[in-house]
Write a protein that binds this ligand. Sequence first.
Ligand SMILES: [Zn+2]
Length: 67
Amino acid sequence: MKQAQSEERRAVHIAAVIMQTAGLCRYDDDNGCRRVNIPTNDDCVKCIEKWLLAKARREIKREEKRS
Ligand SMILES: [Zn+2]
């Protein structure tokens, strides 16, 4: 169980790195992406990870409501 969790966590990180490399940060405004204030790629990877996880949570909630 712990193993599966860390694999999923790693998958989210890999997806975020790929998105960051492709310039696909979801935060275009100054308040969203910390990249604007602290211009390092790592910070932007973190904000993309946050976005992916928030999106997953929203989707799970929607599916729970449907069932
Ligand atoms: Zn960003």
